[in-house]
Design a binder for this molecule. Structure first.
Ligand code: Z5A
Length: 213
């Protein structure tokens, strides 16, 4: 039997309609089956203040949103989320699972909006120090397929109104990060059937736990 270490931080990432919500349910069930106490949260958001910032970020508006203003709002929400929810729970020994984290900032604000990666990295250092997720599941699928899935679901928010090219850049940004950090970021082929995606997620979790337990 694998020893369960305390306080691990897992994130789930992906482009539009990748199936993060479904993946999160798999991770939660996997954790429960191993008696792991896990807090599930999301970005932007996760605390009352950060959720208010999320609303500001996602709301469709006629005013053009400056990309730097967007970046600073993302990190403001993250500082609150990290310092008042994520870190205290990890320090108490709980596991934390977040629907998106800083890889999303590199992908959306960096690759998607074209903001300077050095500036993102500086803000990351300011807000997080050296703090990083222990494991990131990157749900990867062709942009067109994800948008098709997402369209069947709900009214588009401000990000979802972007053109396909924006999401192509976001996808490339994510894949480049996964290639650069293969130990932490594990790619899941999210174009497969729900059962096949679920199996990939469980295999990654089991292998990873065996490596750290
Ligand atoms: N953002 C940012 O810009 N910078 C940052 O630093 C951060 C975030 C942290 C909100 O994120 C926005 O914030 C996001 C990036 C930006 N904008 N966008 N776009 P979000 O994560 O809350 O929003 P989202 O990307 O739109 O996620 P979502 O709505 O939760 O989508 P999802 O969870 O990936 O998809 P889903 O709801 O699980 O699945 C979509 C549909 O596909 C649904 O009907 C499923 O039943 C179906 N599905 C799922 N899996 C399958 C398979 N395998 N086959 C067929 N159908 C499937």
């Amino acid at each position: 039997m694998t020893n369960i270490p305390a306080g691990r931080f897992i994130t789930v990432e992906g482009t539009e309609g990748a199936g993060k919500s479904t993946c999160i349910q798999h991770v939660e069930r996997w954790a429960t089956s191993r008696s792991i106490s896990m807090l599930c949260t999301r970005e932007p958001g996760g605390t009352p203040l950060a959720e208010q910032i999320r609303d500001i970020l996602l709301e469709t508006r006629t005013e053009n949103v400056d990309s730097l203003a967007e970046l600073l709002l993302v990190f403001a929400a993250r500082a609150q989320h990290l310092n008042t929810l994520i870190r205290p729970n990890l320090e108490a020994g709980k596991w934390v699972l977040s629907d998106r984290f800083t890889d999303a900032t590199y992908a959306y604000q960096g690759s998607g909006r074209g903001l300077n990666i050095q500036q993102i990295s500086q803000l990351e250092g300011l807000v997080q120090g050296s703090f990083q997720p222990d494991l990131t599941l990157l749900l990867d699928l062709p942009v067109e397929l994800g948008l098709e899935r997402a369209r069947q679901r709900s009214q588009p928010d401000r990000f979802e109104l972007e053109q396909e090219m924006f999401f192509e850049k976001v996808r490339s940004g994510y894949r480049e990060r996964a290639a650069a950090q293969p130990d932490r970021i594990k790619i899941v082929d999210a174009s497969k059937s729900p059962e096949q995606v679920s199996q990939q997620v469980l295999d990654i979790l089991d292998q990873w736990l065996a490596g750290i337990g």
